[in-house]
Design a protein around this ligand. Sequence first.
Ligand SMILES: Cc1ncc(COP(=O)(O)O)c(C=O)c1O
Length: 462
Amino acid sequence: MFILNSSDPMPLYKQLYNQLRERILSGKLAANSKLPSVRQMAAELSASCNTVDGAYQELYAEGYIYSRPRSGYFVSTIDQVAPHSLPGKKGNNNLVAPSQSRFAYDFHPARLDPDSFPTELWRKCLTEGLRRNSQEFSHYGDLQGNWGLRCSIHSYLEKSRGVTCDPDQIIVSAGLHQSLEIIAHLLQEKHTMVAVEDPGYHLPRAVFQNHGYTICPVPVGTGGIELCQLRAGSATIAYVTPSHQLPLGYVMPVANRLALIEWAESGGRFIIEDDYDSELRYQGNPIPSLQGLRPTGNIIYSGTFSKILSPELRLSYLVLPYSLLPKYRQLYRGYNCSVSLVEQGAMGCFMEHGHWERHIRRMRTVYKKKHDMLLRSVEAHFGKRAVVIGQGAGLHVVIRLPETPCSEAEIIDRAGQKGIRLLQFSDFRVTGHPEAVTLVLGFGGMVGNEIEQGIALLSRIC
Ligand SMILES: Cc1ncc(COP(=O)(O)O)c(C=O)c1O
């Protein structure tokens, strides 16, 4: 007997999914036993077919059940049970990785094309890096990262991103969170308040909050972070995404960039420029960095390999202004670089042989096709109901739905039941609510007809 509670904030399909999953894992539902049909189960529970179908689809996608043509769904044979999901159950202690839930249509904006990682080239670069650096494996490397890789990053930044720096200023890090940890640590002696874009990326808020900083949300307009409001506040550090604002996609015009630099310089303040995906611009050239406008200014530049190559490599970098280097070296004396030299060596070879720049060009073509397909699908299925924002770059676009009668939560819930994964736009917000329901539509991980089909399905539930 399954019990669904409509006053529980958890969606009904998820409640049913959890109860079925628990019974499958505990063996109460035997392997190969047949599940009631969607209709039967819906009637038994006095629930809608959508609710049951949503639960079955998720169980199916995760491999808990399988289907036989014209016969329905059956319980899969699962002989390795995740022990942590069965409190108190003794016996099988084999640890298995928690399965990642898979959606038929995953609009998560941080997903990359699943077929584009250059596995063969990477393997060659790994081998070459191992050969080249084998002498280095007997001791701890440079705190700031492998010198060869830093030189390659330096040439790339100078040539393609308009960043002016020396390899000495570059720190190889294991992702934005680590870069921000370093910055928070470096600046905490004299700074206590950080301005963040609202809406904006959640991670800077979390990291700076964890370091005891006060977070000052500043609204974002079409020209990026609102400078009047920034000036009116007391923050002395500003985290910005000027070349592709996350999530709205706006580009900060040069006049605003110069005014932001002036804000920083006039009061010993700092700008953190997160240049996370500027390589992916589909109209015109990539927007040059803000750092290049004032290389000697108080600008900390952050970049990553996560958007073009893979977020799983955990490879990113920081460019510190010279003014912060002595403090960095003093604070981190005795620390070691947290990125494996094996991966750094491979990345160094990848860049040196020109694979990185070729891969960027390739990925730009791949994602432009997906981006254009998304825009065409939105136009075809939403028409005038959707206002598109921030198109022309990156791995997502945003749509506003001024006329929808549904709330964001309802849309996300219904989308989940149809196998569509959407991120909550409200998660990007620090304060207030957007004037209209806003959806972030990532297209990077979608393949085949998924974009078209997913948008068609989504348009019917909004
Ligand atoms: C705004 C922004 N900056 C940076 C990153 C990349 O972070 P990392 O280098 O930790 O993968 C992301 C990833 O989604 C992002 O959204």
